[in-house]
Design a protein around this ligand. Structure first.
Ligand code: CP
Length: 304
């Protein structure tokens, strides 16, 4: 069974195919499975974009959405994630979309779960569908990824988006740098730029929020001080190259990592990213369901 745990589960060919399918869906192309198909969305962490865009993607593909509210589920009675997913599989879910606070939660599942698991974010680990939608957004802008300078700025160590995007963008030939407080970096040897350097050199400036919920200690830096030292201020934006774009996976903390006025400025692609998210998730669901169908046919099981 092929799952989407991280972008490493995808070959470069599969990534290109997913972006192609997402582009076709954005142009109005239709696809639907041959038989009734159920998808369960299990979100154990808050989400607006990922949860809503998966649901929009599922409905656009004609899939039946099984809603799961962690706070009203048997998780509250001590049921493990494995038992919840095994239950959904038994009930007839054809794939599960999971967001969970535990890094690599899927390691406890993959051995015995026979339906695709699509990772919608695991702790500080990975967020593959965010990376794919970010890649699509960059490709729409620049066509060729090779040689682009991408600066990912902010709370690098706690960001699954930073990890997934750095991995995918490097694979596609981009030059990836990090910016922000160095104590929030994963390794000391990561290529670094100050925000003043980043605004002049980046083709893509990708800002991240501070993930306070994952910090062990409360930060002593004030919002205003963070914005002035590490953030994209109105003054800094003026030094960006004419063709450069601003990205952010959101949610945005306006006035912290990015000035309020810049969130919707002409070089911002933040809401375009969200729009692309629906089409990328349609493509990912199609990929998951098609490969599951192929495996069933190969295994002489019922095909849908
Ligand atoms: N970008 C992102 O994952 O947003 P949500 O947490 O709102 O899903």
């Amino acid at each position: 069974m092929k799952h989407l745990r991280s972008v490493d589960d995808l070959s470069t060919w599969e990534i290109e195919q997913l972006l192609h399918d997402a582009t076709m869906f954005a142009k109005g192309e239709q696809w639907a499975p041959a038989a009734q198909t159920f998808i369960a969305n299990l979100f154990f962490e808050p989400s607006t974009r990922t949860k809503m865009s998966f649901e929009a993607a599922e409905r656009k593909l004609g899939l039946e959405v099984l809603q799961f509210e962690a706070s009203m589920s048997s998780t509250q009675k001590g049921e493990t994630l494995y038992d919840s997913v095994k239950t959904l599989e038994a009930i007839g879910a054809n794939a599960v979309v999971i967001r969970h606070q535990q890094d690599r939660y899927f390691e406890d599942l993959v051995e015995n779960i026979q339906i695709p698991i699509i990772n919608a974010g695991d702790g500080c680990g990975h967020h593959p569908t965010q990376s794919l939608l970010d890649l699509l957004t960059i490709q729409q802008e620049f066509i060729v990824l090779q040689g682009l300078t991408v600066v990912i700025a902010g709370d690098i160590r706690h960001s699954r988006v930073a990890r997934s995007n750095a991995s995918l963008l490097k694979r596609m030939g981009a030059n990836v740098y990090f910016s922000g407080p160095e104590e929030w970096f994963q390794h000391n040897d990561e290529p670094y730029m100050t925000m003043d350097e980043a605004v002049e050199k980046a083709d893509v400036l990708m800002l991240l929020r501070i993930q306070h919920e994952r910090h062990q200690e409360k930060s002593t830096v004030t919002t205003a001080a963070y914005h002035q030292r590490y953030g994209l201020t109105v003054e800094r934006e003026k030094k960006m190259k004419p063709t450069s774009i601003i990205m952010h996976p959101a949610p945005v903390n306006r006035g912290v990592e990015i000035a309020h006025e810049l969130v919707e400025c002409s070089r911002s692609r933040i809401f375009k990213q969200m729009n692309n998210g629906v089409y990328v998730r349609m493509a990912v669901l199609k990929w998951a369901l098609e490969q599951q169908k192929e495996e069933k046919v190969d295994g002489y099981s019922i095909s849908g």
